[in-house]
Design a protein around this ligand. Structure first.
Ligand code: GLU
Length: 276
């Protein structure tokens, strides 16, 4: 098998060591197997993603020596592709409009799951007439996947997780996820599934914080007739207090480390040696 991996950051800020670790995991797997390492910019959210971060990410990867193969796919340039995939699900009656505001969703959440908000399904109960009336009023809406219907249609989906072996997908873990936002005609879940298949990704290496999302992605792959890659969810790097590195907690950025005179080879060596 020709191994194809990818690093798919969202350019919402500068990369920190946690990102470097994730990028390294994909790069090392590709290089060890004579495969292909891709970089994809997941920048569909124009309010949060900035071109200067996109450029900085590529610059930081080059500095680390994590060179990628071929062109960088920039998701915001391909919104029509995602709309086509969305429409295929819509035509099969697998989506429903959700008019809930953020605060309504938080208040009515079905069950908090590892920090994820699981939608309670309020809008799934609306009749066709109620939906049509709200849309006619000009109410904004997102489109959600009707997971129970989708599972009935798709049957059991499985995926191979490198550390644990075959797992049955349980997309109910994330519930009726949003596949198109009111202000963005798609969502992370749809784009990632579409692009991993389009780009022939054989191995998805990413943090274990995305494991629940993988269950949803495998269902979407089955629904859309796309291949399911092999997954490897790695542990997340933590700070000295055991807290996962995060932008919002001021994890030092790669660029700050570079400006402070740190050396890329030493950083990568530390990452691989202290890898959780
Ligand atoms: N764009 C996602 C993020 O930055 C990662 C997507 C993935 O690796 O599947 O969190």
């Amino acid at each position: 098998m020709h191994v194809v991996t990818r690093f798919a950051p969202s350019p919402t800020g500068y990369l920190h060591l946690g990102h470097a670790f994730s990028a390294y995991a994909g790069w090392a797997k590709a290089r060890a197997n004579g495969g292909t390492f891709l970089v994809r910019l997941e920048d569909i959210d124009a309010t949060r993603c900035k071109p200067n971060y996109a450029n900085a990410i590529l610059e930081d990867l080059r500095w680390l020596g994590l060179h990628w193969d071929g062109a960088v796919r920039v998701q915001s340039a391909h919104l029509d592709d995602y709309t086509a995939a969305l429409n295929r699900l819509e035509e099969r009656g697998l989506l429903y409009p959700c008019f809930c505001s953020r605060s309504e969703i938080m208040q009515a959440q079905a069950a908090p799951h590892g920090g994820e908000v699981i939608y309670s399904g309020t809008c799934k109960a609306l009749s066709a007439a109620e939906r049509a009336a709200r849309i006619a009023e000009g109410r904004k809406y997102a489109r959600r996947l009707d997971v129970s219907r989708a599972v009935r249609e798709a049957g059991v989906s499985r995926f191979s997780e490198e550390s644990t072996g075959w797992l049955e997908a349980v997309p109910q873990r994330l519930g009726d996820v949003v596949l198109a936002r009111h202000d963005i005609p798609t969502s992370y879940h749809l784009c990632v599934v579409h692009d991993d298949a389009l780009q022939g990704v054989t191995h998805v290496t990413r943090g274990e914080d995305l494991l629940a999302a993988t269950h949803t992605h495998v269902l979407l792959q089955t629904l859309l007739g796309l291949p399911t890659p092999i997954y490897a969810h790695h542990k997340l790097l933590t700070d000295n207090n055991g807290k996962r590195l995060a932008k919002r907690d001021g994890a030092p950025t790669l660029r700050a480390m570079r400006l402070a005179g740190e050396d890329a080879i030493t950083i990568l060596k530390q990452l691989t040696e202290s890898a959780p």
